[in-house]
Design a protein around this ligand. Sequence first.
Ligand code: ISJ
Length: 260
Amino acid sequence: MPAKLNQLNKIKVGIVNYLNTKPLIFGIQHAPVAGELLLVEDYPANVARMLMEGTIDVGLVPVAVIPHLKEHHIITDYCIGCTGAVASVAIFSEVPIEKVEKVLLDYQSRTSVALAKVLLRKYWKTEPKLVDTKADYRASIKGTTAGVVIGDRALEQRKVSTYLYDLGAAWIDFTGLPFVFAAWVSNKPLPADFIAAFNEANKIGLENIDRAVAEHPYEIYDLQTYYRQNISYELTAEKRKGLDKFLGFCAYESIIKTHG
Ligand SMILES: C=C(O[C@@H]1C=C(C(=O)O)C=C[C@H]1O)C(=O)O
């Protein structure tokens, strides 16, 4: 039996509050399932925290937290992924990557900071100092200090930094596999009819990209390109292979860290 949900009997759904989820939000709000759920928006690290703490039942969470969940179920055929350059996840810097001495890690991210660690070590084969951040740190991206930036702030940072190393493109060059940044994950079994209706809502969103674009005028980056060429929303078998490979790297890297 699915676990008891909140008093309103609505399923609490957490979603990332970046532009890349606007088509999905459009679908969820316009689909019949809208009345069965409460939508909470926050940045990825917070959506992950809410799912771990159990204040939401399902969330579009950074995949890097999957190994930290006591129970997890990947639901739906949709995700935030890429099959080429993702545009909104990159290491930004003023010097080429081999000259970078320090990398500031985006406090809003869980997946991309782990991906940056894997790629710096295995793909670029450099060992800069890695520094966690707490608040906006983008003004500190200068000289030999680079920064991982994700989401809308990354689309802005494209106009600022001299060098941009797209982590989606680098992963694909490194592994030959697509990448999954975030997936719909529940922390308890959910009713099958809800899952089916929620899956359909995601599909409706992706069929209405033009309307999502029209509702969110944005000058900094072309959202048609972003939604149709950079972000790839289908959770395909190839993407699941990329996801498994990434989680394998993460486990291996943390073993190295734990045992020196
Ligand atoms: C591609 C992106 O993927 C995001 C990156 C995440 C992360 O790094 O933890 C989490 C959720 C995704 O929405 C992006 O937001 O730019």
